[in-house]
Design a protein around this ligand. Structure first.
Ligand SMILES: NC(=O)C1=CN([C@@H]2O[C@H](COP(=O)(O)OP(=O)(O)OC[C@H]3O[C@@H](n4cnc5c(N)ncnc54)[C@H](O)[C@@H]3O)[C@@H](O)[C@H]2O)[C@@H](O)CC1
Ligand SMILES: [K+]
Length: 230
């Protein structure tokens, strides 16, 4: 029998820092499990949580807030998957499409631009849409967040928190520091947070903002953790 290189059981339930997550992501990418695939899996599994929560999804008004980073990229994937379930979600991109930061997020945005089943609206029209929303997906900021929340993200977070919709945060409630659980400025108050690969160390310390935390695998090979957790 081939002896395993390391004992996976030792690190399966580990909580990790943002820095560790970034290094694991980079290792996975270097192994050929590209970021785009991680993003696809992250968006797909997040969609499953919405579908499980709302089996009558087609009739629901779902609004998806997306930032310009990869958290927003995950949110674009959620929009596409929701559309495949028969829903017509609305996506509010908080910035100009030319400012989307990564190639993987940009390519997912470009797909949405070709889809009539997804409504793309401007941040300036967010207020009315949010007041009618039954479900809000928060893909504004994830592990790349730092410092005071700038506009238009800040107003979007206020708008989300004023809403009575069911709120799902992608990876991290936008504005929460995933390493400490602290909110330095403001933060989305989520009903559920779907976080990827492993629990981020600060999140269980602030369940009040995270809501129910679900840790979901997104296909990153465990070998990507070698030299970081193992
Ligand atoms: N780490 C991983 O393995 C994976 C990460 N993914 C997603 O990628 C996210 C991280 O992506 P990014 O590194 O692009 O980070 P974010 O999507 O959190 O965005 C960071 C960007 O937002 C802006 N920003 C940062 N702080 C701000 C503030 N206070 N006010 C206004 N703007 C601010 C900056 O321009 C920064 O470039 C994760 O949370 C997750 O959702 C997934 O795609 C799957 C894989
Ligand atoms: K988020």
């Amino acid at each position: 029998m081939v002896k395993p290189l390391f004992d996976m059981k030792l690190c399966i339930d580990m909580e990790i820092t943002v820095k560790q997550m970034m290094r694991i992501e980079e290792n996975g990418h270097q192994m050929g499990f590209f970021r785009k695939l991680m993003m696809e899996n992250a968006g797909a599994i997040t969609t499953r949580h919405i579908v499980e929560h709302y089996p009558d999804l087609i009739s629901k008004k779902i609004t998806i807030f997306a930032g310009l980073g990869n958290n927003g990229g995950d949110a674009f994937v959620v929009a596409r998957h929701l559309a495949a379930f028969g829903c017509n979600p609305t996506v509010i991109l908080l910035g100009h499409p030319d400012k989307i930061k990564s190639e993987e997020a940009r390519s997912n945005w470009k797909i949405l631009e070709k889809m009539n089943s997804v409504n793309l609206i401007l941040a300036s029209d967010a207020s009315k849409i949010v007041s009618e929303s039954e479900v809000i997906v928060d893909g504004i900021l994830g592990t790349g967040m730092s410092g005071k929340i700038r506009e238009p993200y800040s107003s979007a977070i206020d708008l989300i928190n004023q809403s009575h919709a069911f709120k799902l945060s992608v990876d991290v409630p936008s504005g929460l520091d995933p390493d400490t659980g602290m909110v330095h400025d403001k933060c989305v108050k989520a009903d559920i947070t779907v976080t990827f690969h492993k629990m981020k160390i600060g999140m269980p310390k602030n369940q009040n903002m995270c809501g129910k935390i679900m840790v979901e695998k997104i296909g990153i090979p465990p070998e990507a953790e070698i030299g970081i957790l193992i």
